[in-house]
Design a protein around this ligand. Structure first.
Ligand code: MTE
Length: 320
């Protein structure tokens, strides 16, 4: 008999969030704010997930972040780090229309039996329902609670049949200075690169994200496909991916190449290990205002129960 064991971050089918109800609640809050009733919750009052845009199909909810109020759609999509679209936090949203996200394909190669190229539409059509998840608490370089939509990276990687030599996975962003004008400047060694150890990449919480608030991801957030590793700092979450490679040694990554004493390969959220220029003990959450109380940073961003075992026996001060 096959017994399906539900993973700890999944909810029962019956508790899948109904996006329509969610939106309706938002509208009520907005209306209340317009009438002056919502003065105590200005951050909530400005939320307006778009009504247009392509909706993501068959999302399941995850238990993570359910008790947290999501950051405004406005903030998630207008305050970004995406150096290829400008160095200011507001630049990526302004410049995102340079980026054409269709057609879009991803090359997968290296240490695997079935290297190849796969189109984003084919990925979206064929990812099984049970692999799709929605809404994560995610702390970026700033704190945001983002209702991401996507599927586990493992679901895609398995199709290419990595060999036993595949010990790491390397990711690469699109390189095209016409579409990504920031690449005309020499500020980084383009394209942006990131990497994960194989067990991190295959962990079911590691997601490839295609949407936010139930609709397709906008360019500034890394459309059409970006990584989210919920227990790591935001710079690991590489955007607009076109290349995935299985490799046998730790791959070069953009930030740890550029400033190895400040940005490690692992980048696990860790209140005990300070960045050389600032403490990581507390975090601010976007949308709460500069004067709001900071939040205590949680080890592994609150996912210790799920992922701490991956690092058993490792000195996390050394491998930061
Ligand atoms: N990916 C690419 N290709 N280029 C970038 O500049 N910035 C990273 C990461 N992914 C970046 C990137 C950093 S520093 C952060 S904090 C997150 O994207 C920000 O994601 P967000 O803008 O969706 O919040």
């Amino acid at each position: 008999m096959l017994i399906k064991v539900r993973r700890s971050w999944e909810l029962k089918e019956s508790s899948v969030t109904d996006e329509a109800h969610f939106r309706q609640r938002r509208r009520l809050l907005q209306a209340a704010a317009a009438a002056g009733v919502g003065a105590a919750m200005p951050a909530i009052a400005r939320v307006s997930p778009p009504d247009e845009g392509r909706r993501l199909a068959n999302l399941r909810d995850s238990r993570w972040g359910r008790d947290l109020e999501p950051t405004d759609y406005e903030d998630i999509t207008s305050y970004n780090n995406f150096l290829e679209l400008g160095t200011g936090k507001r630049s990526p949203a302004r410049n995102a229309d340079h980026l054409r996200t269709r057609p879009w394909s991803i090359r997968v190669g290296g240490e695997c039996e079935k290297p190849g190229e796969i189109d984003i539409e084919e990925i979206l059509r064929t990812i099984p329902q049970e692999e799709r998840i929605y809404r994560f608490r995610c702390v970026e370089a700033w704190g945001m609670v983002v209702p991401w939509g996507g599927f586990s990276l493992a679901a895609l990687l398995k199709r290419f049949e990595p060999t036993s030599k595949a010990r790491y996975v390397a990711f690469e962003t699109l390189y095209d200075p016409k579409q990504l004008p920031g690449q005309r400047r020499d500020i980084l060694d383009w394209p942006y690169r990131e990497g994960l150890r194989m067990d991190e990449a295959m962990h079911p919480l590691t997601m490839l994200v295609t949407g936010v608030y139930g609709v397709e991801l906008p360019g500034q957030n890394g459309a059409p496909l970006r990584l989210i590793v919920p227990w790591k700092y935001g710079f690991k979450s590489i955007k607009s991916i076109v290349g995935i490679h299985f490799v046998d040694t730790q791959p070069r990554t953009t930030w740890s190449d550029l400033q190895p004493d400040e940005y490690g390969f692992y980048a696990n959220v860790n209140p005990e290990v300070d960045h050389p220029r600032w403490s990581q003990k507390y975090e601010r959450h976007i949308g709460e205002g500069l004067f709001a109380r900071k939040h205590k940073t949680l080890g592994f961003n609150g996912y210790a129960e799920e992922v701490a075992d991956l690092y058993k026996g490792m000195d996390l001060r050394k491998f930061f």
